[in-house]
Design a protein around this ligand. Structure first.
Ligand SMILES: C[S@@+](CC[C@H](N)C(=O)[O-])C[C@H]1O[C@@H](n2cnc3c(N)ncnc32)[C@H](O)[C@@H]1O
Length: 270
């Protein structure tokens, strides 16, 4: 099987990865045939998947700009994925030159490609770590060097929490991170849900089954379950809403019905 130079030696390229599938949905080039095949199968059930991913990225960029406008100059992006168009450090550093950004992902391709993209950028770095081990993330040399936890930060958990099953206690990990944040910090979340998908649930379930089959289940949570991740935060207006509805730049930011699947929100620690 093909193994391009950017692919780390230690990865199994016969198994699809959610970060490379996501890269494919977004039109990126860091994916293999196994990833494309799984992504195409999911798209047979939900042809609008790329629209959902684009709405997710667009929300993320607006939320980063919002944080920068609020005076935040440190960003911790966990589940950052394979770098693509309009990355957090580009948006943050354009809005606030010198802003510090630390990316975290457990996928070796995401980490290797982030290292390549960030070479020479003194103000941004990447950590190979797991969301479920918050203390390892916080104690990493990269976070220690770039993030001052005594000042507000923006913590991004964008399109990651729906890959963590309840049995692995995502709520506990999110609470542990919250407890490490200074007052005035922001939590930025997007999460998949059956709510809002313009399809009967049984069609959408076909796409969810693709993720189950690659042993990386996609956990569809209700709006109420997603809201629980914001325990201890005050919601920033307009609250937890479909992604295009969160502070759109223009009145008609995105009209594709798929874009309204799932939820996005920003909370602020008191
Ligand atoms: C769909 S991508 C989202 C990328 C980016 N946040 C965005 O929204 O554009 C999800 C990323 O989360 C990462 N991920 C999933 N579970 C994780 C975990 N437990 N710890 C760290 N990263 C994780 C995956 O490797 C993948 O790169």
């Amino acid at each position: 099987m093909e193994r391009p130079a950017w692919a780390p030696r230690n990865i199994d390229i016969s198994v699809p990865s959610v970060s490379r599938m996501y890269d494919y949905y977004l039109g990126g080039s860091h994916n293999f045939e196994v990833d494309r095949e799984a992504a195409r199968k999911a798209m047979e059930f939900m042809p609008g998947l790329p629209k959902i991913m684009q709405a997710n990225r667009a929300f993320m960029r607006r939320a980063v700009r919002y944080a920068a406008d609020e005076g935040i100059s440190q960003f911790l992006d966990i589940g950052s994925g394979i770098p693509t168009f309009g990355n957090v450090h580009e948006v943050a550093q354009a809005a606030r030159p010198g802003a510090h950004v630390v990316y975290v992902d457990h996928d070796p391709v995401a980490v290797a490609h982030s290292q390549a993209v960030l070479r020479g950028n003194e103000d941004a770095d990447v950590v190979a770590a797991d969301l479920l081990k918050p203390q390892e993330i916080l104690a990493s040399p990269q976070v220690q060097r770039l993030i001052d936890l005594n000042r507000p930060i923006a913590l991004l958990l964008v399109a990651i929490l729906h890959f963590v099953e309840d049995a692995d206690d995502p709520y506990g990990a999110v609470a542990e991170l919250r407890d490490a944040l200074a007052p005035g910090s922001l939590l930025v979340v997007t999460h998949a849900s059956y709510e809002g998908i313009p399809l009967p649930p049984e069609r959408a379930e076909g796409a969810v089954d693709v993720y189950k089959n690659i042993r990386n289940p996609l956990i569809m949570r209700s709006r109420e379950e997603i809201a629980r991740f914001f325990e201890g935060y005050d919601m920033v207006e307009p609250g937890l809403v479909p992604m295009p509805n969160w502070r759109p730049d223009t009145a008609l930011e995105d009209e594709d019905p798929y874009s309204f699947s799932g939820f996005a929100g920003v909370g602020r620690t008191a």
